[in-house]
Design a binder for this molecule. Sequence first.
Ligand SMILES: *Cc1c(COP(=O)(O)O)cnc(C)c1O
Length: 424
Amino acid sequence: MKNKELFQRAKELMPGGVSSPVRAFKAVGGEPIIVSRAKGSRLWDVEGKEYIDYLMSWGPLILGHAHPRVVAAIEEQAKRGLSYGLTNQYEIELAQLVVSSMPSVEMVRFVSSGTEATMSAIRLARGYTGRKYVVKFEGCYHGHGDSLLVMAGSGVATLGIPGTPGVPEEIAKLTLVVPYNNVEALEEVFNKYGEDIACVIVEPVAGNMGVVLPKPGFLEAIRDITKRYGSLVICDEVITNFRLSKGGAQELFGRDPDITCMGKIIGGGMPLGAYGGRREIMEKVAPEGPIYQAGTLSGNPLSMVAGIATLRELFELNPYDRLEALTIKLISGIRDILSHKGIPHRINHIASMFTVFFTDKEVYDYATAKTSDTDLFGRFFRALLREGILIPPSQFEAWFLSTAHTEEDIALTLEKIDRAVRSL
Ligand SMILES: *Cc1c(COP(=O)(O)O)cnc(C)c1O
């Protein structure tokens, strides 16, 4: 079967032929590939073509595709039942792992996606404070909940969707949007609405307008201002949890958020999200408290055992230094190739995630991210794909390395990128 034929059929059956917008490759042009299987650092399409994968399912697969320990855990659990609808022992084990690695998280609630985690977290913040406004940063993506789709990153940025059709103005009005890394704008919003602001939600390192790092003092300022006004901080670590370090971004940046959202790596490739925080706040969640949130498949045992296996493997390996060294090797190679060809670029990087922006400007917020030449990115993406290198099909996303990527993979990748860039 061919990618093209299958995608034609997919388009007749599913909007855009996909289950999530950016998968249609609209922003980069060309036909999307249809995946048949993946293992380690490699992925194969239905035509049998092999790719070295830096998309890595958008972040969850820090151990690479189909890691044996994770697969074995899922296989064994499947025989014991796929879902119980009652508390299982693996939830307690994973909760223990989460609580012991994130000091700001004393209690945790499991859900089935990052979107559910952030939606539930802002409901909790609103219920806890009795206030209605939510502050978010332009270009940050917190899933597709109504309140959080305002000026969002990820697919919304990729497809250039301006407003949020389907989100009533009355709801959108309750979300106040501030440029990332802009403390003055944040102060202004608090001057005006402070007493009614339930929470500030932030990606401690932005990954959904491409990788954008917090400037020194930015996260501290969020903490200080919210404390002054009695608002909560929601740290959206759906990408960064267990990606930047065992304790996520908050460990590296020394912050103490009130609520933390988790997803991606925590489920090791299975659908899983979570939100957690201080006991006093989490005790407001039903049935302990009045703020309702529930899920038929929440705490799903397959997701739990995949998460446990992933975290245990990560904590035993402690691969963060090796991953970063490998990432830096790849990035410096890419820099050399692009400089040699005279292509203006900026590479923003932290740990094992990074973004290549085609701009000569420093990228520190959504406006500067948008100075990137997205047409050139599209040609770059397609040239890489032809060479067998899979990267995110959008300028405004992050490349990810996994523990399955080897020195040889990096060397081969650079050879292929070099050939691709020559062809531009
Ligand atoms: C991916 C992501 C989400 C949404 O998670 P889903 O599992 O796709 O619903 C939320 N916040 C951030 C920071 C993300 O990267």
